[in-house]
Every structure is written in C-alpha cells, then in structure tokens.
Design a protein around this ligand. Structure first.
Ligand code: PMP
Length: 423
C-alpha cells in the first residue's frame, strides 16, 4: 500500500483533468451518504412480518410466558436457531437485547470493575490494560476501549485475519495485554475471514496475562454476498481444544439480519465465562425482551430460515457492491493510486489511497456533497498513521446513488493523488 502514488509524468495532466471533473461534480449539488454500514429500507422491509409477530394471544415460548420478567439466557427456541448458525453449543449461547455492542460493553465493563475468571484482580486495579487491535478495524471497538482507558496496540490485518504471529509475539511477554478484537467473518472494513490456522494460533498462543480475552465479534457470520457461504472458524471449540476454554467471548446479532434497531444480540462463551457474565448481567437486568426473541424465532422457524432470508439481503445489496467494484476498476484500475477490497460478504469496502491523501479525499468528497466515514476512523484514536485508508459503506443508499457517489470518490482520489504528486 505504501507504494501507491501517481507517476510524476502524468500528475499535471491528471490534475487538470480531475479539477475539471471535480468542478462538474460540485455543480451537481449532491447530498449522498456512504458513511455507515446501515441496512437500506428495502432490506428492513424484508423483515416487516416481524411487526405483526408474535401476534395477540401468542405469548408462550415453550413453557415461558414471554411477557413476564426473567429468563436471563433468553429464548431457548431462538438460541437453538443461532446456536447452529454460530457454531456454539446452545447451552453456551445467551440471547440478549437489541445490540451486540451492548454485550461487548458489558463484558469489558464487568472485566474492568470485577475482573474475569482466571484473572487476579479487576482490570481497573491494573496499572495499565492494553488490547491488541487489528487494523483497519471497527471504530466502535476502538472508542469502547478508549472510554474504559484500555490502551490500544495495532497489528496489521491480512487476508486470513489478524497477523497472528505479530499478535503472538506481543502477548507472549506483556502481561498488560489483556485482550484483542477480532471480526472473524467478512471483517469490518476489509472483508477478511479468519482462517482455521489463524484461529488456532490465536486461541492457543501462550499469553503473559492469565486472563487474556479474545473479543470474537462475529457480526457478519451469515452475511454472504454470493452463494458461497464462507464458514467461520469454530473459535470456542478450538479454544477449548487448546486448553484455553475461557479465552474467547463470541458476539453476534441480528442487527443486519432483521431490524438494526430492534434485533437480538448473542453472546457465546465457556460455562465459566457465562456464569461470570450472567452473574453481573443479572444485577443489571431481570431479563431480556423475550417477546422480541419469540417474534424472531417464529419469523425464522429454523436456521435454514435465516439462511434463506440472508439470500434475499444479498439480492438487494450485491448489486451495490458490484457497482463499487466496477466503478473503482473503471476509474482507478491501473492508475497506481488506489487499491480496494472485493468482499464476499459483510458491509464494507476498504479503499487504500495514496498515503497522506485519505483525509484530503474525504474532505474533497464532503465539499462535493458525498459524506464518507471520517478520516482515520478505521484506526484506534482516529489516527491512521499513513492517512491512507477509507471505509466505504454502500448498503444504505439506492443503487443509483452508490454509482454517483463512487464516481465522485474516484474523482477525489485522483485529484488528491495529483495534488500530492505535485506538492
Ligand atoms: N460489530 C461490528 C464489526 C460491526 O460492524 C457492527 C455494526 N456496524 C456492530 C458490531 C454493531 O452490532 P450491533 O448492532 O449488534 O450492536
């Protein structure tokens, strides 16, 4: 990526050409937003049947009256469905409220206040607590660490997930490193999926901290863009096999399956971790929204119901990803100024531009009415050391808007590259 640059020979002509293209872009007075990975209204419509479920009189989930308090582990029927999809034994899967980020926040807050199984003290009592953050990564993970005072150390992502050797080396000797983030399937933003080898290495590597945790955020476990269903490594199973059953906390949700604001979250964990988590969760809540759980269980029926539903999502969003690929290839292919991912699932395209120009590209796009994810947001503290990565999120806008936005982004990438070459 560091080799991305515009050849000085063509910089002057590219500058003139793209200045003209940029003026035309500005004249269009656009107002487009490709900042966040939100489902589009058409995607949300796929789940509208939920709005009429569970239906009056339909309040029981097995022996449970879903309207009442209790049932901290969540609906057995719904957990059954997602246990299969997430490859977690049903007894080790908790169904929670409407966002997995809340479960992640809880896990790290509980660790900070009370410590975790295998630890000697609450993390707050440690002088320093650090986390390994593969980059580029998900900004909300980083903000969560920052808020809790957890320092972040970066390692590079590879097409097989985090650079496992780099992680292993860091954690082997530094007891202040208490954990790491992993988005194992169709990762945010670069679409990589953790291979079995990398997963094995991460769950079995020796760690100086006895209470090391992998925050295995499988947000895109079933979010495939093609007919090929990329499998997720069985992190909990592999960790148990490696003798580190408590190392992995697995998170997922239906945010990008049903309703982003009214879905169901999941936590998969070892029995010891689940006991620990529910002990503290039970102080915070008398139980989750079981009516919503029942609604979801009835809506899907079984794991195949979820798979079929996800194929409908793919039909809506795959053309948007294809448009991104096509336009970036047409406009930027062979120019040497950009590289980007071609994801087979998930919600993002990761675009690398000439180092030192990402913030400029984003500012130019903004001036032209195209909102992109803020510069640096794929890095801890919002600081991309190379100022080279941009996250594109094409799912929310209509296809035509995605096309216009990508063409505009390509203009900004070329213009910024030409400016940098001539600076
Ligand atoms: N994890 C990742 C990697 C994500 O990309 C997102 C949504 N952008 C989330 C978690 C948020 O999940 P939830 O809606 O379940 O809180």
């Amino acid at each position: 990526m560091t080799s991305l640059a515009l050849s000085p020979d063509v910089a002057a002509s590219v500058l003139a050409e793209q200045q003209e293209a940029y003026a035309a872009l500005q004249a269009r007075d656009l107002s487009l937003d490709v900042t966040r990975g939100k489902p589009s209204p058409e995607q949300l419509d796929l789940s509208n049947a939920l709005l009429a479920l569970p239906g009056e009189g339909n309040v029981r989930d097995g022996g449970t009256d879903t309207r009442n308090y209790g049932g901290l582990m969540g609906s057995a029927a719904l957990r059954e469905i997602f246990a299969e999809l997430l490859n977690v034994p049903v007894g080790q899967l908790l169904a929670g409220g409407n966002g997995s980020l809340t479960l992640m926040h809880n896990a790290l807050t509980f660790a900070t206040l009370f410590g975790v199984p295998g630890g000697e003290r609450p993390w707050a009592k440690e002088e320093t607590v650090r986390f390994v953050c593969p980059v580029p990564g998900y900004d909300r993970h980083f903000v969560l660490c920052e808020e809790l005072g957890i320092e972040m150390i970066t390692v590079p992502m590879t097409p097989e997930g985090p650079d496992a050797e780099a992680v292993a080396e860091l954690v082997a000797s530094d007891p202040t490193i208490k954990g790491m983030w992993v988005v194992p399937t169709h990762s945010n933003p670069d679409g990589a999926t953790v291979s079995d080898d990398v997963a094995r290495r991460l769950v079995s590597m020796p760690t100086a901290a006895p209470d090391f945790r992998i925050m295995w955020d499988n947000a895109y476990a079933v979010h495939h863009l093609t007919d090929v269903e990329t499998p997720s490594a069985d992190a909990l199973g592999l960790a148990a096999e490696a003798g580190n059953p408590d190392r992995v906390l697995l998170f997922a949700s239906t945010s990008k399956i049903t309703f982003a604001g009214a879905g169901v979250s999941f936590l998969g964990a070892s029995p010891a971790n689940l006991d620990w988590f529910t002990k503290h969760l039970g102080v915070q809540s008398i139980g989750p929204d079981k009516v919503n759980h029942l609604r979801h269980a009835l809506f899907f029926g079984d794991a195949d119901g979820v798979r079929a539903h996800m194929r409908q999502h793919a039909e809506i969003i795959a053309p948007k990803f294809e448009a991104v690929e096509q336009i970036l290839t047409e406009r930027l292919g062979g120019t040497g100024v950009a590289e980007w991912t071609t994801p087979t699932g998930g919600y993002f395209v990761s675009l690398d531009v000439v180092p030192g120009t990402a913030a400029r590209v984003i500012a130019l796009a903004k001036e032209a009415g195209i909102a992109l994810t803020p510069a640096g947001s794929t890095y801890p503290y919002g600081k991309d050391p190379l100022d080279g990565n941009i996250r594109l999120a094409p799912t929310m806008p209509p296809l035509e808007d995605v096309k216009v936005a990508m063409d505009g982004v390509a203009t900004c990438v070329l213009l910024a590259a030409a400016e940098a070459a001539l600076a």
